[in-house]
Design a protein. Structure first.
Ligand code: CMC
Length: 436
């Protein structure tokens, strides 16, 4: 962190002494006011529920410029990564800070590939779930359970353990997601095939059966790989902050990532792709394109509680750059599968057009986010809606680990312990039950 020459001065209208606060500059993005000594010197906390103005850490991994609609992993624009690199190269970049050269890439791919199988006992654990369990419920359990299977990589303070846990998590997530899917549809689990690429292997485990090989379609594999790249990291979002906070207690990496999976499930976060597609299906059922006007009126009515899912973002106040890339992929996949006239896609296009021109959305800077399109792509590939968020979790795992490892390696790292503004009852005495 680079200190700025400028200082912030905090003054109080009741005449209490003012306080100078240091300011730090990042490489890009807003400066931060360092308030670490504020409580010690003034006895006051800051108040920022939802972290609207709070940088919870310093980080070198991902940068988002919400006004420009820019996303950089380790300095590289998402557009360049999505068109020039594959997912495992992106993983290497997020974990190590630099893109791999040929040898480094081969070595990394080999390491990940060697860890794709899960302990056979995991399937008995999985079999304890109901077949109709939500895949995110299953995944939260399975990822947490990894710590019961891989004891040699659970010490978060040991850099070697952290490295092995990272590789294991990246390698095993596709296997676990595919297992959760196979279990739900009542098909036998398909073991990983190490001669396939990461994304091919995932699709193979999803769609192959013992009686039929899965024929890999390059366009669909590229689309899957792009979904993974676009979701790989997104700086200090809710699930990543959850992973950091959870990991800050010194818990093992599998437990911390399981906490991230649980957080991601919510419809305001990773659950939005599922919610966006469910919304499109519901509009379609209720009259389709003809009824968009009615739906938009509901969205604008604050009392309706209806939101246009897949629109809006806490940070992007411009078009989400991931949405642009996903929109492109959406066209490619639908063309490849001959689904250009897919009614849900047409509906999504019509909704997008209206929302981009409507004053309600324009004035609030609400643009489509990545989830608006990723659902349509996944559905076209044959992935059931209930699995969308699990696929997001698979892709985000590398980001969570990179962020967790960055935190543990930071000499300033401390257990996360927010404070509060207490507005409840003051100290009082219990009355005997007859007098209450
Ligand atoms: N539909 C209708 N109105 C909206 C929407 C929406 N999707 N999103 C925000 N607004 C309105 C909101 O009602 C508020 O209006 P007003 O100023 O009149 O009160 C204004 O826009 C600002 O919204 P906010 O709720 O203060 O914004 P936020 O930063 O707290 O919330 C959000 C961001 C993503 C939770 C929200 O936009 C949302 O719920 N979107 C739909 C869910 C979604 O698509 N989430 C995926 C995010 S991208 C994937 C990921 O990174 O996890």
């Amino acid at each position: 962190m680079t200190p700025s020459d400028v200082k912030a001065t905090l003054s109080f209208s009741d005449g209490s002494p003012s306080m100078d606060l240091p300011i730090f500059k990042g490489t890009v993005g807003p400066d931060v006011i360092d308030i670490r000594k504020l409580y010690g010197q003034t006895g006051k906390f800051t108040y920022d529920p939802g972290f609207l103005s709070t940088a919870s850490c310093n980080s070198t991994i991902t940068y988002i410029d919400g006004d420009k609609g820019e996303l950089l992993y380790r300095g590289y624009p998402i557009e360049q990564l999505a068109t020039n690199c594959d997912f495992l190269e992106t993983c290497y970049l997020l974990l190590n800070g630099e893109l791999p050269n040929g040898t480094q890439k081969d070595d990394f791919v080999k390491r990940v590939t060697n860890h794709t199988m899960v302990n056979e006992q995991m399937q008995f654990f999985l079999r304890g779930f109901r077949r109709d369990a939500h895949p995110m419920a299953v995944l939260t359990g399975l990822v947490g359970a990894l710590s019961a299977f891989y004891h040699d990589s659970t010490d978060i303070n040991n850099p070697e353990h952290r490295q092995v846990a990272a590789i294991r998590l990246i390698a095993k997530m596709p296997t676990l997601v595919a297992m959760a899917y196979k279990y739900a549809v009542g098909q036998p689990f398909v073991y990983p095939k190490n001669n396939l690429s990461y994304s091919e292997n995932f699709m193979h485990m999803m769609f192959a059966t013992p009686c039929e090989e899965y024929k890999v379609n390059d366009v669909l594999v590229r689309a899957m790989d792009r979904i993974f790249i676009l979701h790989a990291d997104h700086e200090q979002n809710a699930s990543t902050s959850t992973v950091r906070l959870c990991g800050s207690s010194g818990t093992n990496p599998f437990a911390a990532i399981a906490a991230g999976v649980a957080c991601l499930w919510g419809p305001a976060h990773g659950g939005a792709n599922e919610a966006a597609l469910t919304m499109l299906e519901e509009i379609q059922r209720n009259g389709g394109i003809e009824k968009i006007g009615e739906f938009i009126s509901q969205v604008k009515d604050k009392n309706s509680g209806v939101k246009l899912m897949g629109f809006g973002h806490r940070v992007y106040k411009n078009y989400d750059p991931r949405a642009k890339l996903m929109r492109e992929t959406c066209h490619e996949v639908l063309n490849e599968l001959g689904l250009q006239n897919d009614p849900l896609f047409k509906l999504a296009m019509a909704l997008e057009k209206i929302a981009l021109e409507d004053e309600y959305f324009v004035s609030r800077k609400l643009y489509p986010n990545v989830d608006f399109y990723s659902g349509i792509v996944q559905r076209a590939i044959g992935i059931p809606v209930s699995l969308f968020t699990a696929i997001f979790a698979l892709a985000r795992t590398v980001g969570w680990i990179a962020q967790l490892n960055e935190m543990i390696g930071d000499p300033e790292y401390k257990i996360g312990r927010p404070r509060q503004l207490f507005v409840g009852a003051e100290k009082r005495d219990i009355k005997p039950i007859a007098e209450r």
